[in-house]
Design a protein around this ligand. Structure first.
Ligand SMILES: [Zn+2]
Length: 138
């Protein structure tokens, strides 16, 4: 773990959200995975409820959260589908980017990729293996 405090990027939330939307769109173009019914949200920090939901695994460094029903578990007769939500936590993402000398854009992309994979029904263990293959650690 390393600190690059001086190189820390700060964005206001609107700017951050715009970037996230842009990255989500790029993701759609690159992978042809459609993000229908998925809302991208930005919060500064997780609520206590969200922290609790994710358990100790992600701890204080929770960067993103997928909330919704994974596509693979949708019932056939289900006519009402609530939009899924991917929340990005700006403070943790900025901190992670600074610690690892990555750009915020890079980190958002990794987080969105991860959360979309949850949307597609992968669990964290499967994702960890896939991320290792893609060269993402931590
Ligand atoms: Zn996860």
């Amino acid at each position: 773990m390393c600190w690059f405090r001086n190189s820390k990027e700060y964005m206001d939330q609107k700017e951050f959200h715009n970037l996230a939307d842009q990255i989500a769109e790029e993701f759609t173009n690159e992978t042809s995975i459609r993000l229908e019914n998925v809302a991208i949200c930005v919060e500064e920090i997780p609520t206590p409820e969200q922290m609790q939901k994710t358990g100790v695994r992600h701890g204080n460094m929770l960067m993103g959260l997928y909330e919704g029903v994974p596509e693979t578990t949708w019932g056939k007769g289900l006519s009402i589908t609530l939009p899924d939500k991917i929340t990005l936590f700006q403070t943790a993402i900025e901190q992670y980017a600074a610690e690892c000398a990555k750009s915020i854009r890079e980190v958002i992309k990794d987080v969105i990729w991860h959360e979309i994979a949850h949307h597609k029904g992968y669990d964290d263990q499967e994702l960890e293996e896939m991320e290792l293959k893609r060269g993402i650690t931590g």
